[in-house]
Design a protein around this ligand. Sequence first.
Ligand SMILES: [Zn+2]
Length: 271
Amino acid sequence: MPELPEVETVVRGLRDEVVGRRFTHVSCHWPPQIVGLSPEAFASRLVGRCVEALNRRGKFIVFDLSEGALLIHLKMTGRLYVAARGEREEADRWLRAVFEMDDGRELRFSDLRKFGRLYLVSQASQVIGGLGPEPLSDDFTLDEFLARLARRRGMIKPLLLNQRFIAGIGNIYADEALWLARIDPRRRADTLKPHEAERLYHAIRTVLEDGIRYEGASVNWYRKADGATGSYQDHFNVYRRAGQPCSRCGASIHKIRVGQRGTHFCPTCQV
Ligand SMILES: [Zn+2]
């Protein structure tokens, strides 16, 4: 699933293409992906609205419109890209929605597995209001992280995946951050010592910033808005490296299940 760096990369790739554009026609080919509205209402309400800003919050893509907001969650296999009308793209095979724009081009939403979701709401907060802090924002301070951790008794890895605890982290960046912080993914959150929690705080920001710098990890489905792959997968230390040597200590990377999720870690240097 695309995580914060992948969604951020898609948003950066699309921003100049869609901000300032007005939707002239919208068609939806897979109505269940639209939350809370009939496909007819979704399409007709969007027509005539302008995109005033395009941003990311957690793993959500947020279009601020001249009236209301359009939010898209890519989930497993969603892709969002712009193409000229009539131009064929590989991802069109799984096309679910087409947003025609006033410059003659189209914003297209493709989704093989159909888990992606589209929301048209009057306020974006109706969808994203419950998300935890944005880990790369200035508001997300070490003190804030320590205070949030201290109240939690569950294992640290599932907590990092909890979007209400912290927004935008998924399986890849949780595993990579815990490796960088030298913390066993099964540790109870409230047992982390202050210096460990501080290491984790910095590790979270480091792996997410690296992910953005390398334009995301194309391990399976994720592509940038222009269809090209990201390259963070070339810089993994643990994710999908089970059986390979840890780059820090040389021990073999293990894969286990933690909170129902495949989890990669070094049993020697993560304690
Ligand atoms: Zn190691």
